[in-house]
Design a protein. Structure first.
Length: 340
């Protein structure tokens, strides 16, 4: 068994149950963190720490029609991820079956379509891949609409998403980074649109000296060379972009689109995430506040080490000057953070 911070001699399924039991305390702490940010900064963040898309209606370059379309795309992508999660994680499949939402015949169809989706992805036939994704979503919606309203479907998407380790990792990271970063930094989660369509989960903003986004992140529990190559490709083209972003102007923090952003992957092993969640938020955790602080700092150090290695790898290929300046600025910031 793992020893460092792991205090529960339990099987894998029981671990997942304990993680779910830890969720209310983690959600409560995330809400506290987000409320602390909102008290200091006038930012449209929901209880999950995500930037709210609806608040951009009056922002230059946006319109209600555009936002409505993006929200529809997010809704459909959420349906696809629900099906994908059910195929990949037995607990979600069992949950949906228990609720009577999908039956075995539906999952057989989903699995067949998803296999074709993966085959087209492997062959880089992106148009066909998108077509199959549309088939999966339409088939799922045909069933869902017979059972519930759109608002009920949205609640279901949120409930089932909370059961995934990836969602818990994003929550955990947002809590910890806001805990260990200096007060002039904030870390928030991106809108679901930027998460789904630009591959960016979190953004870190330095509010004072530089007064702008210093980097954006994609978090993952499974290392993938394909993802690394995708990140390099984005950087070579000038960096990441986010549509529903935050920036600094003379009047303070404002809502705005952002581009030419340093993009990093934060990889953390499944076991490490589980240990941190249970140590920090399980009702059964026996750690003192000092020991919990060590969990926070270990997590921060792992985060900085991960980013340092990626920055070193960026030297292997030329970067656009605007992006290179931002990465250099971030290197200076990291040097400060390592001293904390």
């Amino acid at each position: 068994m793992r020893e460092k911070f792991f205090h529960f001699e339990i099987e894998e399924r029981e671990i997942k149950e304990k993680i779910q039991e830890s969720l209310p305390l983690m959600q409560e702490r995330l809400r506290e963190v987000i409320n602390e940010i909102k008290e200091k900064e006038d930012l449209p963040l929901n209880d999950e720490g995500r930037i709210e898309m609806e608040s951009f209606a009056e922002v230059e370059g946006f319109s209600e029609k555009m936002i409505e379309k993006d929200l529809k795309d997010v809704y459909r992508k959420g349906i696809f991820h629900l099906v994908k999660s059910a195929i990949e994680e037995i607990e979600i499949k069992e949950s949906l079956e228990k609720k009577g939402i999908f039956k075995e015949k539906h999952f057989k169809r989903f699995e067949k379509l998803y296999q074709r989706y993966l085959e087209f992805k492997e062959r880089r036939e992106f148009l066909r891949q998108k077509e199959i994704e549309g088939e999966i979503v339409n088939f799922a919606l045909e069933r869902l609409k017979k059972l519930m309203t759109e608002e009920e479907i949205k609640r279901l998407l949120k409930e089932e998403k909370l059961k995934t380790l990836g969602e818990k990792f994003e929550m955990l990271k947002t809590i910890i980074l806001n805990e260990v970063l200096p007060e002039n930094f904030i870390c928030v989660r991106t809108s679901l649109f930027d998460d789904y369509f630009h591959g960016v989960d979190n953004l870190i903003l330095e509010k004072e000296e530089r007064g702008d986004l210093v980097c954006v992140m994609d978090v993952t529990t499974e290392f993938s060379q394909e993802k690394v190559e995708k990140i390099k490709k984005i950087l070579k083209k000038g960096g990441a972009k986010i549509d529903y972003g935050i920036g600094k102007e003379k009047e303070g923090l404002v809502l705005k689109k952002q581009k030419h952003l340093p993009l990093f992957i934060f990889f953390c092993k499944k076991e490490e995430i589980e240990e941190a969640i249970l140590d920090l938020f399980s009702p059964e955790s026996s750690l003192s506040e000092e020991e919990k602080r060590k969990v926070y700092l270990d997590f921060k150090n792992k985060f900085l080490e991960s980013l340092s290695k990626q920055i070193e790898s960026f030297k292997e290929f030329p970067l656009p000057s605007q992006l290179e300046r931002k990465i250099q600025s971030f290197i200076e910031i990291m040097a400060q953070l390592k001293k904390i």
